[in-house]
Design a protein around this ligand. Structure first.
Ligand code: F6P
Length: 323
């Protein structure tokens, strides 16, 4: 299998570090004498032929930039056979033999479809939700976590001064990885995630009471968006114990900002590895990482895997909040 012309795209929700990854793909490709093209606006760009040539210079000064210089989208058209055939036609017309797609599970399902039409594809996990089962880490998670932690630290100052209860909603779609990590990092009174069954009295009200018995007069409840809305949780707290919580939905602020060192370096390694995998003749793979080691897995196998919140995080949270 010869690799002459690689297309790289970002798809799904953007994540800090995607630019560092695109940069690594481009520079590794050029290092090996391979042409590299940026496909803009995710899979939609492959359907419509929205493509730009990328060289060393076009990715200069992007390693520190949040967002994605290639733009991103969630493409409904690409989920259809007609859309996929159009994308394949673009590849054939332009002579793109390989596609590197940075995104989440939806992005990888798209990549898998393309691979069935004979295009080489490699997926790279990029989502702040960190919910891709075949890897411990996804590009953007570390920056998003640190952004949320910084915001919640600020909230704590005012909650402490007014002796209030705060309910903060953290992103994560159907997953609680971000909320759990952030909750542990800010010393939350309680953390609610969709992966763990929630008993409101035990997991929220009793935690607040325990904190009060221990002399605290402000309380920080972190809720993953997939576990319920912060407004509903706040209302239930008010109805049950007559505290008057303030609600903060961190929202898209968590997706922005300059990537942390960890995100930049991991994104760079993943981008590099994706090109190396193509050169090794591999196809239909997802780049993944576990405990600092980088590897790859078949897309079908990767998509079929399951992961869950680490039991240790659940146990540590119980110990920290059950004082
Ligand atoms: O998948 C990333 C994510 O930020 C989720 O945490 C969130 O549920 C979703 O995207 C929001 O999507 P949108 O940017 O389309 O509102």
């Amino acid at each position: 299998m010869s690799v002459k012309r690689i297309g790289v795209l970002t798809s799904g929700g953007d994540a800090p570090g995607m630019n560092a990854c695109v940069r690594a793909v481009v520079r590794t490709a050029i290092y090996h004498g391979i042409e590299c093209y940026g496909i803009r606006r995710g899979w939609n760009g492959l359907i419509s032929g929205d493509i730009i040539r990328l060289d060393e210079k076009s990715v200069a000064h992007t390693i520190n930039r949040g967002g994605t210089i290639l733009y991103t989208a969630r493409s409904e058209e690409f989920m259809t056979e007609k859309g996929q055939r159009k994308a394949v036609s673009t590849c054939k017309f332009l002579g793109l033999d390989s596609i590197i797609a940075i995104g989440g599970d939806g992005t990888f399902r798209g990549a898998r479809a393309l691979s069935k039409y004979g295009i080489n594809v490699i997926g790279i996990p990029g989502t702040i939700d960190n919910d891709i089962s075949c890897t411990n880490y996804c590009i953007g998670f570390d920056t998003a976590a640190n952004t949320a932690i910084e915001c919640i630290d600020k909230l704590r100052d005012t909650m402490q001064s007014h002796e209030r209860c705060s309910v903060v909603e953290v992103m994560g779609r159907n997953a609680g990885y971000l909320a759990m990590y952030v909750g542990l990092a800010v010393g939350a009174t309680a953390v609610l995630v969709p992966e763990e069954p929630i008993d409101f009295d035990r997991d929220v009200i009793e935690k607040i009471r325990q904190a009060r018995f221990n002399g605290f007069t402000h309380y920080m409840i972190v809720v993953a968006e997939g576990a319920g809305s912060a407004a509903d949780i706040a209302k239930r707290i008010k109805d049950t114990i007559e505290l008057d919580p303030r609600v903060t939905v961190l929202g898209h602020i968590q997706r922005g900002g300059s990537p942390t060192g960890r995100d930049r370096v991991n994104a760079t390694k993943m981008g590099y590895l994706a090109v190396e995998l193509l050169l090794q003749g591999k196809n239909n793979r997802i780049v993944c990482t576990h405990d600092g080691c980088f590897s790859d897995v078949d897309i079908d196998e990767g998509l079929a895997m399951k992961k869950n919140i680490q039991q240790m995080e659940v146990d540590v949270l119980a110990a920290m909040t059950g004082i």
